[in-house]
Design a protein around this ligand. Structure first.
Ligand code: SF4
Length: 367
């Protein structure tokens, strides 16, 4: 795996910077401002995406801010330029979802992923702009999805891994009715400066416990655990070298103003004296395909690719991880060519160790 691929597998779009919540761990710098994406930005992105979608599976992920805060009419106008082959996903806090939004999701074929951190007492960081708890509003949105029979994914942020939490979360999400679950250990990035370092044994035990909970009742696709098991299986059958793509997926994020940031949506909206605004171009001035063809010339991207090579030559987990996430390097280390971060320890190294710990604890005596 070397360099950036010219064609991504999905594009992240920011229909508005606004979020109606004010979660304590949020990384977004302009979430109180409603900077909306004009339709010509979506038209420019669609001009590149429609041929890619005609050639193979392709998704647009409407992210935010809170994407539903852009309103149904505006979101429909942004979706309109995309062809029927394009799959649409929305990452939402669910608080605005009602019957009308459910009808919208059906009409536009939008697949929904809901951010919720587990039972009520685990959602203390999820608050409204007035500082009140958001949990009941989130659940009202989830209830609307269930009433309409709409499948949904869930994304949970874990602030502090501790014994018993993984089982509690997994049981909660079984009951909630999601069909896919992603679990993120909170990250220090963007405007969230909270420390994300944890004791290694606690984090490893958290992941091992999550695998055990999932194996008891594997009714939900558990994103991180399934990746890890696929990797562990590939190591055993000697095909692990084929798992990483030959080139890094650039995963372009198109900001509300048309600027394109590759690899890390979390960099959108930030500037740095060394790296400028991190953008590789703007779709209102340059076709997206052309921006991506030259994205590795963006100064910070070259530095990041050097960091990936440093990971390749120094880290035994590289075959699983592929070299980590650009934003975590920047916000934790202040540069892109460092290697290990607290994020990669929490979410790659100890994840794989947790899966292996579970496997060791449950191997048959004859094995
Ligand atoms: S686990 Fe960390 S140090 Fe290892 S390859 Fe991934 S990002 Fe690099």
């Amino acid at each position: 795996m070397r360099g950036l691929a010219a064609v991504p597998s999905y594009v992240v779009m920011q229909p508005t910077t606004l979020c109606n919540l004010d979660c304590a761990y949020c990384y977004l710098p302009f979430r109180a401002a409603d900077r909306r994406m004009p339709v010509p930005v979506a038209e420019a992105v669609a001009a590149a995406v429609n041929p890619w979608a005609a050639a193979g599976r392709f998704s647009v992920v409407w992210h935010g801010g809170e994407p539903l805060a852009a309103g149904r009419e505006h979101l429909a106008a942004l979706i309109a330029p995309f062809g029927p082959e394009v799959e649409h996903h929305v990452q939402t806090n669910a608080t605005l979802i009602d019957d009308a939004w459910c009808a919208f999701f059906v009409e536009h074929g939008v697949r929904v992923s809901v951010s919720v951190d587990g039972p009520r007492e685990r959602n203390g960081d999820r608050v409204t702009r007035g500082g009140g708890p958001a949990y009941d509003r989130i659940l009202r949105g989830v209830a609307a999805l269930r009433r309409h029979g709409l499948p949904f994914s869930a994304l949970a942020v874990v602030g502090r891994p501790e014994p018993g939490l993984a089982t509690e979360l997994y049981d909660y999400f079984l009951e909630l009715g999601c069909d896919v679950l992603g679990v993120n250990i909170e990250e220090t990035e963007g405007v969230n400066l909270r420390d994300n370092s944890h004791d290694a044994p606690l984090v490893t035990a958290f992941w091992a416990e999550l695998v055990a909970a999932w194996r008891r009742e594997p009714r939900i696709h558990l994103r991180e655990v399934e990746w890890s098991l696929r990797y562990a299986g590939a190591v055993l059958d000697g095909s692990a070298d084929d798992l990483l793509p030959r080139r890094l997926d650039p995963i372009p994020t198109v900001g509300h103003d048309g600027s394109v940031i590759v690899l890390s949506p979390e960099l959108a909206g930030f500037t740095d004296v060394r790296y400028g605004d991190f953008a590789s171009g703007n779709v209102l001035a340059t076709p997206l395909a052309e921006i991506l063809a030259h994205a590795d010339r963006t100064p910070w991207v070259g530095e990041f690719l050097a960091g990936v090579e440093a990971c390749r030559s120094s880290c035994p987990y590289f075959g699983f991880c592929g070299g980590g996430h650009a934003a975590n390097r920047y916000f934790e280390l202040g540069r892109f060519d460092g290697t290990q971060t607290a994020h990669c320890r929490n979410s790659k190294i100890h994840l794989l160790e947790g899966v292996l710990e579970h496997a060791r604890d449950h191997q048959s005596p004859a094995a």
